[in-house]
Ligand binder design. Structure first.
Ligand code: CP3
Length: 343
């Protein structure tokens, strides 16, 4: 399995590729199911979630599957209600803005709160029968905290930053609760059969490096250390981290995911001895094949055949992406990397 070999920085026959949000709205057969069921219903039904997980693998020669779920799912079991609004995306019903709201938050227990996700992991693993590895995932403590405190999407992250600066004790208690939740969730997914896990810190790029180092890194490092003990590769992805990659690397993950705002070789220089995942701009997939090809070639040239490159987008695939362009991308990565490996 090329993906796992690359996570361990072992040589591969061609660069492995998977795509963040590879199961989703850009696929017509996803939309056909989604027309009948809500997103949350899809997540709650292991048969449906497993089917949707496998859909992209039938079209494209992807080197890994990622379990169909969402980073927000653990919140419900912790007593933090939320829903998806068609206009605003995720909405937290009662955002935690201080110590008072935190009293209603309880520890997460994956087996009690999300048995259906664990069942999905098992189903996917059985279905793939060791042909393709399965990636489990969780939001990182800070990204989850920013949803819980902001109440949904934010441009300024003013509520979470205000809590961080003004009431570091409550912020720390929330982050510690979330870090325990993330560890419990990832370990349960590994036990259910996940071959690797990714921790999404999608919003940590909103912070100055000074604050990332003090308020995010200790929790990320703690999560990575506790999960790594199980011996499966841990991928840590921080979106918008070009200015603080050396700090992101200090979290200690086996693989670091990078977005497209940094050249892959420059990112790798700052990260040192780790595997690197990335980093095509998702919007490049809206361009013609020629534009995709040029950008893939540039990224592979910068990876320069070093062991430990996993190709991915720098963030999730957009719903407006033509599936044919995803096929072009996957095939181009394999074709161009296999060629360079043979000289
Ligand atoms: O990668 C995969 O294919 C696995 C599934 C997956 C989803 N969400 C499915 C999903 C994964 C790994 C996620 C992670 C996730 N969810 C993140 C981290 C990655 C990132 O994009 O930064 C975040 C921030 C979320 C929170 C979230 N969930 C958002 C912002 C949205 C989109 C809201 C919208 O309507 O656009 C969701 C919903 C969601 N999660 C969808 C999917 C396929 C769309 C649901 C639908 O069909 O309406």
């Amino acid at each position: 399995m090329r993906f796992l070999a690359a996570c361990h920085r072992r040589p591969v026959d061609a660069t492995p590729i998977w795509i963040m949000r590879q199961a989703g709205r850009y696929l017509p057969e996803y939309r056909a199911i989604r027309d009948k069921l809500s997103f949350m219903e899809m997540c709650r039904r292991p048969d449906v979630a497993a089917e949707v997980t496998l859909q992209p693998l039938r079209h494209f020669e992807l080197d890994a599957a990622i379990v169909f779920a969402d980073i927000l799912l653990p919140l419900e079991g912790m007593g933090i209600g939320f829903h998806f609004s068609p206009e605003d995306g995720p909405v937290i019903e009662r955002p935690v803005r201080g110590a008072a709201e935190l009293t209603g938050v309880r520890p997460f227990d994956a087996r009690r709160d999300l048995p259906h996700v664990l069942e999905t992991v098992k189903l996917v693993r059985r279905e793939l029968d060791e042909r393709t590895p399965v990636i489990g995932f969780s939001g990182a403590p800070f990204t989850l905290a920013s949803y819980v405190v902001e109440g949904g999407h934010s441009r300024t992250y003013e509520h979470i930053k205000r809590l961080m600066y003004g009431d570091p004790e409550t912020y720390g208690r929330l982050m510690a609760l979330l870090a325990d939740a993330v560890v419990d969730y990832l370990l349960a997914q590994i036990e259910a059969g996940a071959h690797a896990v990714q921790v999404f810190d999608s919003w940590a790029g909103c912070l100055a490096p000074f604050d990332y180092e003090r308020f995010v890194l200790p929790y990320a490092r703690d999560v990575v250390a506790r999960v790594k003990q199980r011996g499966v590769p841990v991928i840590y992805f921080v979106n918008g981290a070009a200015g603080m990659l050396s700090l992101v690397g200090q979290a200690g993950s086996d693989v670091v995911g990078v977005d497209w705002r940094v050249e892959l070789d420059h990112a790798w220089e700052q990260l040192g001895d780790v595997a690197v995942q990335g980093n095509l701009d998702p919007v490049a997939l809206l361009g013609p094949p020629q534009a995709i090809e040029e950008r893939v070639a540039d990224i592979l040239r910068r990876a320069a055949g070093r062991p430990g490159h996993i190709f991915n987008l720098g963030h999730g695939v957009l719903p407006s992406t033509p599936p044919d362009n995803v096929k072009y991308l996957v095939d181009a990565v394999h074709r161009l990397s296999a060629k360079s490996a043979s000289g």
